[in-house]
Design a protein around this ligand. Sequence first.
Ligand code: ADP
Length: 268
Amino acid sequence: DAAGRRPAAGDPLAPGATPDDAVLLTARGIRKSFGENEVLRSIDLEVRRGEVVVLIGPSGSGKTTVLRSLNGLETPDSGVLDFDGGPELDFAAGITKQGRVAMRDRSAMVFQQHNLFPHMTVLENVIEGPVRVQRVPRARAIADAEALLERVGLSDKRDAYPFALSGGQQQRVGIVRALALRPDLLLFDEPTSALDPELVGEVLKVIKELADEGWTMVVVTHELGFARQVADEVLFMDGGVVVERGAPKDIFTNPAEERTRRFLDRIL
Ligand code: ADP
């Protein structure tokens, strides 16, 4: 549509436009402290439409805080965030409620734990955001949700409650719930780290397919094989800074920084 969002009708997963080089999101100089703990020390990030950016790095390096800052769950102390077509948000100057809402609407987050509402069926979970928050007509939201569930192989779970699903199925519903919001940007925060090992593959497969279809995403993951497959760009973070960034083949096979090398040696 005019805003360049993913189309809501017809094939719900067809990318809205062929991936091009248009920059969707620019973050500059993002800083965030919790009390005395300076967690992000000036993060710069650029995400182009259709691109997959993967954040890797040790626990506590600030990866989750970056994601949360991108969709308004966390408010940086300073720095600038600019979504294509939206107002530029300058955190040092303070942002308005409208600015925050405008930012939040651009992205949808898939959490480590799926966070499904336990008292709602799969379908109800998926349509909750579109119907209640976005005021999408219920019938259209249902049709959309059904198409998305079919897309991830969960049509038969439409009326099931979350407790009756496997962890992998729950997480796939979590992904569908994010897709149903038609965001410009999908944010994944260690989407498989809470899963039993045998369930990781089915979730990574769905994310990989979405990437192949042209969805724009920022992914925090410890699954380095997966990162290597899907990433257009990999950012290695440590101590609240981006230590190194580049194409996966460079970062994983020939990192420039000693800190990156040590991390990869430890985890691979
Ligand atoms: P990562 O995702 O790389 O593991 P996080 O972004 O989760 O790192 O955390 C970075 C640092 O910020 C950690 O030291 C963590 O304890 C701290 N932190 C994160 N969220 C909060 C919070 N809400 N309050 C206080 N400290 C936090």
